[in-house]
Design a binder for this molecule. Structure first.
Ligand code: BGC
Length: 765
């Protein structure tokens, strides 16, 4: 090391090494402002630009491009952070290069997609959002953070809060479904879980809310596709979950791939600066999505220089994989496209994040190899994951009370995914340890022990078309196609079914049928699986269908023809046991859908909180000429938002409001009695919806405004109460002012968004 360099390092140590952890965790940043000033005074333009660069380490590759020559680039000060690198040991090595072999020794920030757990995997986010219990959501993020940080990771690219009403879109699996309110609650809970209340602790991590913005509204459900949306819809329906994460103190934001108002989000100054920073007061840093800057060339808004300048000018701070900021910023300054002050601002935000995380105090704070050995995939974490997985399962139909199953006799287990462990966890399970997880067969066997026999047959392949199947397993999750003919597979399954007392059929999709770049135009159960179900039904045995998927599937046929339906989505590393817990009644199901299940793909986009139109279809009708409806199917979905049954049955009565007329800032109290008329204790998610009957702009037919999950014993009645204030009635009007307007409000409470008790009241200014 040259002498001058050692002097810099000593100065740096004095300047930045003495902060107390508590000081560093202060969100305002004021406590380390002066230390950042001093550090930045030492930095060259190249070093500042280096901080804006986020290459992929290459352990996990999610895009077209790969970053190369990482170690030499770290040494040259061209790397601010790394992502998709795992294990405390490897991260320690990379950090050591940054700290000991660069001129200023600035630590790197290490990121990863810790989306629904780390090694202990929770349900995919769409499944997690069926739990409707924010303590559990927060706990899952807390445990994910404790495991990921024990393995070296400081920063997660989660929560993904893109509202989506289009099950064709494969990434609907990664979000919380269709609802703004539920999605906002989950966004905040996840941020709290990951970040805790002290980011300098070694078991909390920085969250990154994504994909800002509107990524879930891609036209035709095709990934990365154009988004075009009115501002009033953005503000009322799609923005709130991102804002909720910002309000909860999220440390970073990821830009989305799509365009917004004709400008790719990555280059939109309106989104990144005006809305995010000026309107919402976000004070963290913004990272692009994978090669997001370079992709603006294909979007058609300029060459590399132009798009790099555009991104920096918009308010992007960190460039994931493009290397565009690294290579173009100097030129962009020379040409007057951006200023050095803009580079300073971005660099400052990255350094600030590293201060907040306490990385200047201890760059190796997440690299304790002992923690990695003892705190990951622990029995207690796995138990929590199992409990949450069971709570995420939604009972859709239990016509003849076949469920819960008895732990006796002969059980036929049929289906291509019933013995596929890798498939259980769903998309984004990159740290999963599948050798330690179990399949559904094993889950069922664990539950029954010696008391019942489980006989398995595959029955069919996951899809009939081998080419489609190879595309589905391209990302490394094998679907284990069976080369026997479909007839032979089916014959084997029927033989097993006929010799059993009850049939459990695992149907649906493979894990990678959803997730990134996994959109589908046909969202029905594949025809070979449907044929299998028809033939299984013909055996006369009781048939239970368990659906694995990463999206709401169009299961009209199944809902009409199969007596028993259980929706799992993908429930994580403990799914095998959790499914058994529900099927055998060790857990009474309580999950409620967070997205509408359509009749067919033609109804998409479909969502409960739609507008009324000027020609609404009268209730109870399924067609009327010159009304807003379809000729060939009803408007109703197969299963509405909020829907889910239990082994108990819940009756709602006595919907009461504190007053039919309120004024100004008063509070409305709403209560309802919920009786469990069954024998077993069960949890029910009591849902409150409101309709603003007359507005200066049209308002949805109902909007979720509250919910409570309550445990009610068999035969017991519980009174559930909600409080509403004018704050809950606010929306963005045509001038995008956040206001509430006096008038009539319909108050609805029920077991799902369709089946509600209703009353109305007036609220005056
Ligand atoms: C995805 C992001 C993810 C990133 C890093 C991208 O392709 O869109 O959600 O965080 O890769 O892996």
């Amino acid at each position: 090391m040259r002498k001058i360099d050692s002097i810099y390092v000593i100065i740096l140590a004095v300047l930045v090494g003495c902060s107390s952890p508590k000081e560093s965790s202060n969100r305002s940043g004021s406590s380390y402002d002066s230390r950042i000033d001093s550090l930045m005074a030492l930095m060259t333009l190249e070093e500042k630009v280096g901080q804006l660069n986020l290459p992929a380490a290459g352990d996990i590759n999610t895009g077209l491009a790969k970053s190369t020559g990482i170690v030499s680039r770290i040494k040259e000060g061209k790397v601010g952070g790394l992502f998709n690198i795992r294990t405390a040991e490897k991260i320690r090595q990379a950090q050591k290069v940054a700290v000991e072999e660069t001129r200023l020794g600035i630590p790197l920030i290490f990121g990863m997609d810790v989306i629904h757990g780390y090694k202990t995997l929770f349900p995919i986010p769409l499944g997690m959002s069926c739990v409707w219990d924010m303590d559990l959501v927060e706990k899952s993020a807390r445990l994910a953070a404790s495991e990921a940080t024990a393995d070296g990771i400081a920063w997660t690219f989660s929560p993904m809060v893109d509202v989506s009403r289009d099950p064709r879109w494969g990434r609907i699996s990664e979000g919380s479904g269709e609802d703004t309110y539920l999605g906002s609650q989950i966004a905040a809970a996840m941020v709290r879980g990951y970040q805790g209340d002290d980011l300098t602790a070694n078991n909390t991590m920085m969250a990154c809310v994504k994909h800002y913005a509107l990524y879930g509204a891609a036209e035709a459900g095709r990934d990365y596709n154009t988004v075009d949306m009115s501002h009033i819809r953005m503000y009322n329906e799609y923005f709130p979950p991102y804002k909720a994460a910002v309000d909860a103190g999220v440390g970073s934001v990821m830009a989305s791939f799509n365009e917004v108002d004709g400008v790719p989000a990555t280059g939109s100054k309106w989104l990144m600066t005006e809305v995010l920073r000026n309107q919402w007061g976000f004070d963290g840093f913004v990272v692009t999505d994978y090669t997001g800057i370079n992709e603006m060339i294909d979007h058609g808004i300029g060459d590399t220089l132009a798009v790099a300048a555009r991104a920096l000018d918009a308010g992007i701070d960190m460039d994931m994989v493009s290397d565009a900021l690294l290579n173009q910023t100097k030129k962009a300054i020379e040409k007057g496209l951006v200023t050095e002050a803009q580079v300073d601002a971005a660099c400052r935000r990255i350094l600030e994040a590293k201060f907040k995380l306490g990385l200047f105090d201890d760059p190796y704070k997440y690299c304790d190899l002992e923690r990695a050995k003892t705190e990951i995939f622990t029995e207690s974490n796995r138990q929590v994951a199992r409990d949450i997985a069971a709570e995420s399962i939604v009972l859709l139909k239990n016509e003849k009370g076949v469920l819960p199953l008895k732990k006796s006799g002969k059980i036929a287990l049929i289906g291509p995914m019933a013995n596929n462990i890798e498939n259980m966890a769903g998309t984004w399970s990159v740290a999963g340890d599948f050798e330690k997880s179990i399949s559904i067969i094993e889950g069922l066997k664990n539950a029954v022990g010696e008391n019942a026999s489980i006989q398995y047959a595959r029955g069919c392949n996951v899809v009939p078309d081998a080419d489609l199947e190879s595309r589905i397993s391209i990302f490394g999750k094998p679907t284990n196609r069976d080369e026997r003919s479909e007839e032979a597979l089916l014959a084997e399954a029927l033989k097993v079914a006929k010799s059993s007392d009850v049939v459990v059929a695992i149907i649906g999709e493979a894990s990678e049928s959803t997730g990134e770049s996994s959109s589908m135009s046909n969202i029905e159960i594949p025809e070979n699986q449907r044929k299998m179900m028809e033939d299984l039904m013909k055996t006369g045995k009781p048939v239970v269908a368990v659906i694995l998927s990463g999206r709401p599937l169009a299961i009209r046929w199944e809902a009409e023809n199969l007596p028993t339906l259980v929706n799992v989505f993908f429930a994580g590393s403990e799914a095998g046991d959790a499914i058994a817990d529900v099927l055998f009644g060790d857990v009474n199901p309580s999950g409620k859908l967070s997205a509408t299940f359509p009749q067919n793909v033609g109804q998409v986009p479909i969502y409960y909180n739609h507008k009324n139109t000027g020609r609404p279809l009268p209730e109870g009708k399924w067609f009327q000429k010159f009304r807003s409806n379809y000729l060939d199917i009803p408007n109703e979905p197969v299963y509405p938002f909020g829907y889910g049954l239990s082994y108990s049955s819940f009756d709602y009565s006595n919907l009461t409001i504190s007053s039919p007329k309120l004024t100004g800032d008063q509070t409305l109290k709403v209560s309802v009695d919920v009786t469990n008329s069954g024998d077993v204790a069960g949890k029910e998610v009591v849902q409150l919806y409101i309709r603003d009957v007359v507005g200066s702009v049209t308002r949805p037919v109902k909007e979720l405004k509250g919910f409570e999950k309550v445990l009610i014993n068999g035969g017991e009645t519980k009174t559930v109460s909600f409080e509403i204030t004018p704050e809950d009635l606010k929306f963005y009007n045509s001038d995008l002012e956040f206001v509430w307007e006096p008038g009539e409000f319909e108050i609805m409470v029920g077991t799902n968004s369709r089946d509600v008790l209703s009353t109305s009241m007036h609220w005056n200014k």
